[in-house]
Every structure is written in C-alpha cells, then in structure tokens.
Design a protein around this ligand. Structure first.
Ligand code: BTN
Length: 255
C-alpha cells in the first residue's frame, strides 16, 4: 500500500537546490513567504506547510488546510512585469496547477474558473492567492500562494456542492511531495514566459468560464452577461444583453 508522507527530508530529496522552508503547522504560508522575501529570498524559494491555522483566500475569505489532507505552498517570484499585468501571476499559477493535476486525473475533468479557481468536475479543488511586494512604486516580488485539496472530505459540510479533493477523482493515493514538485516545475516554466502571448492563450484554453452566461459580483455591483474573453491584463470581458462590454478585473463569478 502506498503512503503519503510530506517531510523536510523528502522535500529536500525532491526539490534539489531550490531553497524551501517546511513547517508542520503555520498561520499562513503567504505570511512566512512575505517575510522571507523581504529578507532577500531568491526567486523560486518556497514555503510549504502541512497545516494552516489561518489560511487566507481571495476577497478576505478563510482557506482550510487540514493536516495531512492538503497542500499549502507559497512561492516567491520576482517577475519583471508592468504593474497592470499582476494578474498574470495568478493566471500562471492556476495554469501550472491545472497542468500538474493532469498527472493524477484525466485532463477532461480539470478546468479553470476566472480568475484562478481550479476545478475538478466543476467543483473547486485549488485556489490561488497572489500578494505583491512593493518598494514605493517598484514591484520587488510576488507571493504566489497555492492551496490544493488532496483528501479533504467536504461531503458533510456546507461546501459539499462547491468544493472537492483530488482523491475524489484519482485512481490512487496522491503523494503530496510529487504534487508539489510538479506544480513547481510548471510554475518555473510559465514564470519564464510571463510576458509571452502563449501564457494568455493557454489560460484561455483552460478557462471554462468563457462562452458561458455569468453573474459577477464586483466591488461596484453585479455584472451579468456572457463571458467573452480575457484581455492582456487578465480582466474578464463580459457582454451584457444591451450589447455593452464590461471589463471586470476583480470579482467572483457564478455561472
Ligand atoms: C482562494 O481561492 O480564495 C485562494 C486560496 C489560496 C490559499 C493558499 S494556501 C497557501 C497560501 N497561504 C494562504 O494563506 N493562502 C494561500
């Protein structure tokens, strides 16, 4: 029978020279990564935890990372991008996770919901939270926080209809160190292409939101219509029945 052990020792073997910090329990890996980045961590350095007590999601939400059931990781990136293109980091994170997940489940059941939820059979398996570091007007780094449900049981919870775990869909036990390695490999590849049109093209291919009727809750109100496309900045372009195109940069989509 296979087992799933995530430990400093295994991560050292699998991550080679990549600087990493591993913790059994943290508040939020994004907070530790931010501190490490401010102390000068190299790009690609990663903080990984078995359990988060104060995991943070988008739009101020809580994110669960129960011990031994999930992956919580925060990667320190130092991309050279325009300030209008920050959303690309989240896009590359969600594309990287989607690609890494194809090693465990069929590609057909994986999709992305704008802006960066990773879905399996239409339910959320992974979320991305990016946080930028600034020195005045200068972008000095971005923390790419990734949470992936591996075997969290949502069945008796209010999230049963909207959340899922990889092992609900995979034929075998998922070894989290392999998942971490594959995600990091894909992040490395895409962060080197952050300014290339291929990233946006690949993001579009994974986005199941495009072509569908959506209702989006934004800070400025609710936008309803058909999701047509994403633009260079990662904004969602929604056409409303009166023919107007709405450009939404931050929001929460329901289909
Ligand atoms: C979301 O979909 O709302 C984003 C969830 C992001 C969760 C990850 S887990 C690792 C990192 N640390 C955090 O506190 N949050 C992110």
């Amino acid at each position: 029978m296979s087992t799933d052990v995530l430990s400093e020792h295994i991560l050292k073997e699998i991550l080679g020279n990549r600087p990493f910090q591993y913790y059994l329990q943290v508040g939020s890996t994004n907070d530790l990564a931010r501190r490490w980045a401010l102390d000068g961590a190299m790009p690609g350095s990663v903080v990984i935890a078995d359990e988060q007590l104060e995991g943070r999601g988008r739009l101020g939400r809580h994110w669960q990372t129960p011990s031994r059931q999930a992956v919580a990781m925060s990667i320190i990136l130092r991309p050279v991008i325009g300030s209008g293109h920050l959303q690309r980091v989240a896009a590359l994170g969600s594309v990287a996770v989607a690609e890494a997940l194809t090693l465990f489940v069929p590609r057909e059941i994986i999709s992305l919901k704008w802006p960066n939820d990773v879905l399996m059979d239409g339910r959320k398996v992974s979320g991305i939270l990016t946080e930028a570091l600034w020195d005045g007007m200068q972008l000095t780094g971005i923390i790419l926080g990734i949470g992936i449900n591996v075997r969290v049981d949502f069945s008796a919870t209010p999230l049963a209809d909207v959340a899922t775990s990889i092992e609900d869909h995979a034929p075998a036990m998922v070894q989290r160190h392999l998942l971490v390695r594959h995600v990091l490999e894909r992040v490395d590849i895409w962060q080197a292409r952050i300014n290339q049109p291929l990233l946006l093209a690949t993001w579009r291919e994974w986005l199941s939101t495009l072509g569908h009727s959506v209702t989006i809750t934004t800070q400025h109100g609710v936008v309803s219509g058909t999701a047509q496309d994403v633009d260079e900045d990662g904004a969602l372009l929604v056409s409303s029945p009166d023919g107007r195109i709405h450009r939404v940069l931050v929001g929460d989509v329901s289909l």
